[in-house]
Design a protein around this ligand. Sequence first.
Ligand code: FEO
Length: 400
Amino acid sequence: MPAIAVKPGIYWIGVNDRTTDLFEGLWPISHEGVSYNSYLVLDEKKALIDMAAGHHATGLLEQIQDLVEPTELDYIVVNHMEPDHTGALVLLRSLAPQAELVVSAKAKAMMSDFYGITEGLRVVNDGDTLSLGSHTLSFYMAPFVHWPETMVTYAPEQKVLFSCDAFGGYGAMRGDIFDDQHADLDYYIQESLRYYVNIVARFSGPVLRAIDKLKDVEIEVVAPSHGLLWRRDPGQIIELYRQWATYASEAPKPGVTLVYGSMYGNTERMMNAVAEGVTQAGVPLAVFDAARTHPSYILPALWTQSGVIVGAPTYEVSLFPPVAQAIETAVHKRIMNRKAAYFGSYGWSKGALRGLEQLTEPLKWEWLDTLEFAGATTKENLHQGEAFGERFAQNLLQGQ
Ligand code: FEO
């Protein structure tokens, strides 16, 4: 995509990545893709803000050269050191050795660790400014959003916030870059939520502190380094991030995430009965087959809903492994203080429930109910399953 003007003198020069299957080597994006948004601010002095992954360095270079030669760059602002934004630095540094790298104090050490760069660094602190002519860049430290060295950059005259990972999302650009150009904004919001829970959620406290720090900053465009730019309603994505961050410490809305696995269909048949019960109570329900759904797609539901029902058979005296993997990811992301229930079948030994309780112990989930059954489903235990689901859902409604 060619460069796109964000404001006078400020250009988006990002690149789309539609070939990486796993973001961070972990999170699937093969269908959605991702963008690495870079920005050029062209004035008496010229600044590049954030870059791209190393395997897209030549694409970024072409974008830069559409507007300016690398030898004309005065500054490269590095809001965040993670290589999806700095991988291209290896090439750019060789073509623009004159450009000063504008970094936070913590990024200075990391610049040496990652790229062996120790010279040509300009360290900035909270509130520092850099005049480019009629454009100014102001820097706000945003530690642990989501690495310790992260900062955001603000252009006060044009009221543009270059927020890097903050307020970002998955989803490659589809020929345009702004929120007001998309009829299906819900897709990008859902992918922003998935990105938030996958990448940022563990650091929700720092996210809230960063949002609070920026509360008096007048913002006309939120320009993150992944996903859409928000200019029709820049407060929308900030408010969404604030809301998502609160779910780390406050109960989210009533809703059930039903994560299940089944070897021969018995636990799946029970899942359908449990789901019927939940739905009859009028509570939103999201159902995931853990053996066929990457945890990346399950985490957003777990993060934003107050109840979890786990359905899994006992497998070799413990929890069915695909379900265990999904729950382990929830443990890593610290999805705390949910209400929970378990159901599942067993053959020659129980063990799934014990394995599940051990696994989730750090999350302090409140276990409300269990329904274990030997072998196959029956008319009778399916009725029990339906009542189990309805009872759990009603408990969620009563607790809101
Ligand atoms: Fe988009 Fe934390 O890097």
